[in-house]
Design a protein around this ligand. Sequence first.
Ligand code: KG4
Ligand code: ZN
Length: 334
Amino acid sequence: DKPYYILALETSCDETSVAVVRGGREVLSNVVSSQIDTHRQFGGVVPEIASRKHVEVMTIIVEEALSQAGVSLTDIDAIAVTQGPGLVGALLVGVVAAKSLAMALELPLIGTHHIAGHIYANALVGDIEYPALALVVSGGHTEIVLLESEGKFRILGRTRDDAVGEAYDKVARALQFPYPGGPYVDKLAQSAEDEIVLPRSWLEPDSYDFSFSGLKSAVLAEINRSRMKGESPDFSALARGFQQSVIDVVTTKAMRAAAAFSARQVLLCGGVAANRGLRERLAALCEEASLPLLIPPHKLCTDNAAMIAAAADLKWRRGEFSSLDLKAEPVFSL
Ligand code: KG4
Ligand code: ZN
């Protein structure tokens, strides 16, 4: 059992990340170069700029990840890369870099699904017990996924409009916070003394789907109502109302799914897993239901390449490799 090393690349959105992971679980390096300062001035990610920035930094980040891990390219056993979903031009940079490395070093290439990465970030912090119920909440995704067994995913529900993080960012903008504003709304909601109660979007009684665009509109409508009356809107009470509505709906649906499918564990992942209110509520509900809960540390929740290595490890152990004509898949099913 010689230790093996996976070099993983992630470029699906606005983070260029490269990681070296030993034995599928030991993160030796996980370098993340964020473009957020560049995109902030536009209030969101500009795809064309994202691709160009990935090209600029890719080789530097690969070298940095190797050097931090204390290994050289000749130690690497496989190259993993995010194949999709994501911005097509951004994905392409990672895919081309990964193929070049695999070809030059004559190493197996492992194409990986971005959401499988977010979910398997949990394997870097604990043992996953199946069936497991994963709640994926990020800027681009909101999904309830059942892991029937290792690497076997079943999507039970997803958002029909905005992703949770996207809704947070839009509300944050209305509350005059810079992009990405999710963490500001979280902080304001935590310190709020009052709450403006906002609607909960449960959808059909048996649905595990989500909808957040109505909630976002409700926040905007409250702001307008105050301004029409010549009053200044109570931003903190609105932040609290928004956060409570989101947390109620996502945790209730996740716990209902966990019970319905006899999950033995709950996994939380994606950038919004940093939300303190969400972590606390889910932890309390899981304790009540005597269900173990895994939440990766913040650095493994936001986009990073170590999680891609963790998901690629499932395929490595099964010898499931990709061919060199692997394509970037902007829309990619799990
Ligand atoms: O997973 P991620 O880094 O990128 C995607 O793959 O989308 O998630 C970023 C998202 C942003 O929308 C950001 O506002 C949100 O996660 N976010 C938060 C918090 N921290 C980050 N949303 C609410 N509360 C937070 N504490
Ligand atoms: Zn992501």
